[in-house]
Ligand binder design. Structure first.
Ligand SMILES: Cc1cc2nc3c(=O)[nH]c(=O)nc-3n(C[C@H](O)[C@H](O)[C@H](O)COP(=O)(O)OP(=O)(O)OC[C@H]3O[C@@H](n4cnc5c(N)ncnc54)[C@H](O)[C@@H]3O)c2cc1C
Length: 384
């Protein structure tokens, strides 16, 4: 659902212009510094990018799902680190509070996340809870008007710079699976919380990812999301259900950018006396990329509109995430091919960086295998 087409067209055009005119030129710098420069982060704040999906009542833009994915398709054509910088606030780092937070929690945290004053993150994964995300070992025990958290989270995007963490922890000792898991809002500075150094990664330079440790970490009971124990996993699943459509869009923008670069290369690189784009085998690579991008975009928009109508999209969100992230991997591979040797050499093309950056999409927020299982489970359940 686009609420006001004219206003939204202007917004989208502004995003496109900003990304192309101001961000593309900074990508090499982001890669070299391994961070998004402070002045660019400040511009992202001023433009309201941190609050895209946060309701207007709490200082965000209140974008519908369709508006969010259309924005994401544009923003994600820039280096992944740029959208990842705002992405936890406008996605997994705030959504738990948006969907299940109490009014007091929303008022306390959402305005600062929407403005980008604070950076949020979602800390679910643990050493023993990856694909089996319900195997939560982090514990939270009630002590007066506080909870005491103990345990560790790993692979958490933006953890090294986050100010506020949405954390899953087991409040019911001895419980198994999703039962007995609660979600908490933990602020940096609460005693007993620490974060590790950013990992060295394959790609996405400038997007720090690290560990979060809780050592007798005291969190006010008022920071239990929704004020009810045992709902933590439901909160996470609601968050991810929307986020999977969002991530599908964030995987399609990079595919569009890579194809744009590859097409430009094939029309200028000459071999056998003519641009390599003249060769039909190269054209087949272009056609397969473009067709798959169109398919992903169509799926994403249909699912976003369905979600905006209030319909259930659990199956569709999983299919979007699975298809778009795998599609992006195939496009990256074909684009390296179209660049030839230059596609492999960082000094000669940017495709080498994109190829590494997009590999992650198929791993986080549910690996492709986990989505295949989800999709099949729902198809089979409907059949029985
Ligand atoms: C850079 C990065 C950023 C991340 N950001 C975040 C974040 O912000 N917040 C957060 O909470 N987490 C985050 N993650 C964690 C991410 O979601 C997990 O890595 C992912 O869910 C996979 O878990 P795992 O790494 O333990 O792999 P494993 O679960 O160990 O999987 C290993 C392999 O086994 C397969 N597998 C596992 N179970 C099954 C099964 N039942 N059937 C078939 N195949 C199976 C998987 O598909 C995979 O191929 C991030 C990870 C990375 C690398």
């Amino acid at each position: 659902m686009v609420r006001n087409q004219q206003a939204f067209d202007a917004f989208l055009s502004d995003v496109r212009t900003f990304v192309r005119n101001e961000v593309f030129a900074r990508e090499a710098e982001i890669e070299r510094l391994d961070e998004v420069p402070a002045d660019l982060v400040q511009t992202l704040r001023e433009k309201g990018y941190f609050g895209w999906s946060i309701p207007q009542a709490y200082g965000g833009a209140g974008l519908s799902t369709e508006e969010l994915v259309l924005g994401a398709l544009e923003l994600s054509q820039a280096a992944v680190a740029v959208r990842a910088r705002v992405g936890t606030n406008t996605g997994i780092g705030a959504e738990g509070i948006v969907v299940d937070g109490t009014e007091a929690q929303k008022q306390q945290y959402l305005p600062r996340l929407a403005s980008g004053e604070w950076t949020g993150c979602l800390a679910v994964t643990e050493p023993e809870a990856g694909s089996e995300a319900t195997n939560v070992q982090t514990t939270a025990r009630r002590e007066g008007d506080s909870y005491i958290l103990n345990g560790s989270k790993c692979y958490i995007t933006n953890a090294p710079l986050a100010d506020v963490f949405t954390v899953t922890a087991r409040t019911e000792p001895g419980s198994k699976g999703a039962k007995g898991v609660s979600a908490f809002i933990v602020e940096r500075g609460m005693p007993g919380l620490s974060t590790g150094a950013p990992y060295r990664k394959m790609g996405q330079a400038g997007s720090p990812v690290g560990e979060v440790h809780f050592n007798e970490c005291r969190v006010p009971a008022a920071n239990l999301i929704g004020g009810v124990e045992g709902n933590g996993f439901r909160t996470v699943m609601k968050t991810l259900n929307k986020q999977r459509i969002h991530l599908a869009a964030l995987s399609t923008g990079p595919a569009m950018r890579m194809l744009e670069m590859a097409v430009a290369h094939t029309t200028t690189r000459a071999q056998f006396g003519q641009p390599v784009a003249n060769f039909q085998l190269v054209q087949a690579l272009i056609a397969d990329c473009r067709t798959e991008i169109f398919a992903a975009r169509s799926m994403i928009l249909e699912t976003a509109r369905k979600r905006d109508r209030g319909e259930d999209v659990v199956l569709e969100a999983s299919m979007c995430k699975y298809f778009a992230t795998e599609m992006c991997g195939r496009v990256a591979d074909r684009c390296v091919q179209m660049f030839g040797g230059a596609g492999y050499v960082a000094d000669h093309s940017e495709i080498e960086r994109w190829y590494r950056d997009v590999r992650l999409f198929r791993l986080y927020e549910g690996t492709s295998q986990i989505h295949q299982l989800n999709i099949a489970k729902q198809v089979l359940a409907a059949h029985r």
